[in-house]
Design a protein around this ligand. Structure first.
Ligand SMILES: Cc1cc2nc3c(=O)[nH]c(=O)nc-3n(C[C@H](O)[C@H](O)[C@H](O)COP(=O)(O)OP(=O)(O)OC[C@H]3O[C@@H](n4cnc5c(N)ncnc54)[C@H](O)[C@@H]3O)c2cc1C
Ligand SMILES: *[C@@H]1O[C@H](CO)[C@@H](O)[C@H](O)[C@H]1NC(C)=O
Ligand SMILES: *[C@@H]1O[C@H](CO)[C@@H](O)[C@H](O)[C@H]1NC(C)=O
Ligand SMILES: *[C@@H]1O[C@H](CO)[C@@H](O)[C@H](O)[C@H]1NC(C)=O
Ligand SMILES: *[C@@H]1O[C@H](CO)[C@@H](O)[C@H](O)[C@H]1NC(C)=O
Ligand SMILES: *[C@@H]1O[C@H](CO)[C@@H](O)[C@H](O)[C@H]1NC(C)=O
Ligand SMILES: *[C@@H]1O[C@H](CO)[C@@H](O)[C@H](O)[C@H]1NC(C)=O
Ligand SMILES: *[C@@H]1O[C@H](CO)[C@@H](O)[C@H](O)[C@H]1NC(C)=O
Length: 564
């Protein structure tokens, strides 16, 4: 198949089995007829409704949806096939990576852009009956497009219409539906209070559905941990259409969806979160050093101190290749982007004492409200109004490939210098962001949520490479360059396993082979990197809530046999 090159699994540890894994993945998902979860009546329907005719969507899927939906919420309002003129614009509205919006990208048979919970329930029931896989999409930021691309016949369950947010400032809690973006959440919190916030990502278009269920980190991480560390309830639609909350799903399932990836377990409908206190004014800065100005020394020190600083301060180190002083010469510039929960007159003495190498001056500091700081961090132009938090992009701008790593001990200066050299060779389209851990992150046990990267990590690395050229050749070229930078880092990052962040989805680290005898062992390859010891518990939870593996994708959690 032509599009396979985009979605290959390159796992060196398992290179010998990768071809088998791919070919077994491309086999259509086979429905198990006699599911213990389905009512007997449904089981008969499953057996009698053949979806093998030329147009299963129209002949069976749509009538099935209609018969399972209330006339009060007509399914025809939210149902799109390629015959609807808006099909492609709906599909592309929530694609954030152009790699997965080309003519080669497999398209869904249908999109259901649910406006009511009955639309979710009927989509699950009818997709199951007609043998479609369901891909669930909230904000569409999945790095590998897993929320809207599949190699088997599939439909997209789109959550973007389900975006209500209810803030209860008196109780310091909020409910947010999965299709709300974190920018909208931040905005609604700030409408009610300028001294409350929520710890989540810096890219404000992220959907809470995917972002929270994969962990969710941002500049409040050292103070308050991840988004999942501050979630107190959720609504989840499971495979038979039942809607569960924390009490009815039980603590195991509630544990799994907070960091284990929602898409293995069901459809997150909404989250209940705990708001956190912030001061009325926070301080931000962006202090830049280039190699010519001893950036290496500053980064070297940053590695020793950033994870040990008080929890109120978060300083990201962001090395990028830029044009140097001399014509045609490239250099590395490192931005130290900081967020401090307090005013600059307390920050400056703290930095002078603990991190004088940064050379932070009063004039580098900008004080603002927390909500304004979300605009600064999202790298909107200076002066952008906070109304920008409510805007949604309509299509992807760039092609990209991204990866992640975790570092446990400082990289020596010689190592840093060799990294800069490779970055300069790779060029200006690639960069890394180094995010300090410590603080609250090291206080939370590895087993408390599925997200295991806690004490002992000094910083996390985000690799990003983008390009604008269309075509497979460009994709191969830039994806190769990203892998080259990642390989350069091997000596300096965690090993056995080389840990990875689920929200920074990367199919290079392993792929599922559902419905095969290797289902569990192939999932363990990526599962150990994303979840370490928590993988086994995720498998047990999966077995209770989706034993037939209806919810599966290239990197989902498999159930235990015999249901492989
Ligand atoms: C530009 C950019 C910046 C980013 N910045 C950060 C950051 O600062 N911090 C951070 O932690 N991460 C960051 N990420 C990563 C981001 O958290 C993940 O891509 C996340 O999965 C996005 O969620 P989404 O809903 O937007 O994506 P989607 O593509 O819609 O979903 C991602 C995954 O979650 C599943 N899913 C989505 N909705 C649901 C649901 N309702 N129920 C069950 N499963 C669901 C999907 O099927 C898919 O597997 C960034 C990504 C991008 C592209
Ligand atoms: C898509 O087309 C079908 C068939 O014509 C129609 O029933 C449905 O309402 C259309 N969808 C939308 C959202 O208009
Ligand atoms: C699209 O419309 C054509 C012509 O009306 C019809 O033959 C086909 O079955 C429709 N396809 C889908 C997926 O609805
Ligand atoms: C759906 O599954 C849950 C959990 O197994 C079960 O409690 C519930 O009765 C099922 N509901 C239906 C309608 O089958
Ligand atoms: C870089 O470091 C060297 C040695 O420590 C020092 O002599 C030099 O002044 C520094 N350069 C800058 C621009 O800070
Ligand atoms: C934005 O510009 C104004 C005026 O030019 C300046 O005072 C302010 O510090 C700038 N803010 C940021 C975040 O750069
Ligand atoms: C990618 O890298 C591999 C080896 O690392 C090489 O064999 C292949 O030719 C490269 N492809 C491109 C397009 O550069
Ligand atoms: C699993 O292994 C058994 C025994 O080797 C074999 O009979 C069976 O066909 C295999 N199943 C699949 C799905 O590969």
């Amino acid at each position: 198949m032509l599009y396979i090159h985009l979605r290959k699994c390159f796992d060196n540890a398992a290179i010998n089995t990768s071809r088998d894994r791919e070919s077994s993945y491309s086999k259509p998902y086979k429905m198990k007829a006699a599911s213990p979860l389905l009512l007997p009546v449904l089981a008969i329907l499953v057996l009698s409704l053949s979806c093998a005719n030329p147009n299963p969507v129209f002949n069976n899927f749509f009538p099935c949806l209609s018969s399972h939906s209330s006339p009060l919420y007509p399914i025809s309002d939210v149902f799109y096939t390629p015959n609807n003129s808006s099909f492609l614009s709906v599909l592309h509205s929530y694609i954030r990576n152009r790699r997965f919006s080309t003519s080669l990208t497999p398209k869904p048979f249908a999109i259901v852009s649910a406006k009511h919970e009955s639309h979710i329930q009927s989509t699950l029931i009818c997709a199951r009956q007609c043998g479609f896989q369901v891909r669930i999409r909230s904000g569409g930021h999945d790095f590998e497009g897993l929320s809207y691309v599949s190699e088997v016949p599939f439909v997209v369950l789109d959550m973007f219409n389900l975006r209500s947010i209810n803030i209860d400032i008196a109780k310091r809690t909020a409910w947010a539906q999965a299709g709300a973006t974190i920018g909208e959440l931040y905005y609604r919190i700030a409408e009610k209070s300028n001294v409350h916030a929520f710890p989540a990502g810096v890219c404000v278009g992220l959907g809470t559905g995917g972002h929270f269920s994969g962990g969710g980190y941002g500049n409040l991480m050292r103070k308050y941990g991840l988004s999942v560390d501050n979630i107190i309830d959720a609504q989840l639609v499971i495979v038979n259409g039942t809607i569960l909350n924390r009490e009815s799903m039980g603590e195991d399932v509630f544990w799994a969806i907070r960091g284990g990836g929602g898409a293995s377990f069901g459809v997150i409908l909404s989250w209940k979160i705990k708001l956190v206190p912030v001061p009325a004014k926070v301080t931000v800065f962006n202090k830049k050093w280039t190699l010519e100005n001893n950036a290496t020394d500053v980064v070297y020190r940053w590695q020793q101190v950033a994870h040990k600083l008080p929890k109120d301060i978060f300083i990201r180190a962001w090395p990028q290749v830029v044009n140097g002083g001399q014509k045609g010469m490239k250099t590395v510039e490192v931005s130290f982007v900081g967020h401090f929960l307090g005013k600059s007159n307390s920050l400056i003495p703290l930095m002078n004492e603990r991190f004088p190498e940064l050379g932070l001056l009063q004039t580098d500091c900008i004080e603002m409200s927390w909500i304004e700081s979300t605009i600064f961090w999202a790298v909107f132009p200076n002066g952008t109004s906070i109304d920008a938090l409510l805007k949604r992009a309509s299509k992807a701008d760039v092609f990209f490939k991204a990866k992640s790593d975790y570092v446990k001990k400082p990289i020596p200066k010689a190592g840093l210098e060799s990294i800069w050299k490779v970055m300069i060779e790779i060029g200006i389209r690639g960069f890394m962001q180094w995010n300090p851990y410590g603080g609250r992150m090291s206080e939370i046990l590895e087993s408390e949520t599925p997200f295991p990267h806690r004490a002992g990590i000094i910083f996390e690395i985000f690799y990003y490479m983008f390009w604008l050229e269309e075509g497979t050749e460009a994709t191969n070229h830039y994806v190769n360059l990203t892998r080259r930078l990642y390989n350069t880092m091997t000596a300096y990052v965690s090993k056995d396993p080389r840990e990875a962040f689920l929200n920074y989805r990367d199919l290079d680290i392993g792929c599922a082979s559902p419905n095969s005898n290797e289902s569990l062992s192939s999932a363990k390859v990526y599962g150990a990197k994303y979840f370490k010891e928590n993988f086994d518990r995720l498998v047990r939870v999966k077995t209770t809530v989706d034993p037939d593996n209806f919810f599966n994708n290239e990197q989902s959690i498999p159930p235990l046999p015999p249901y492989v």
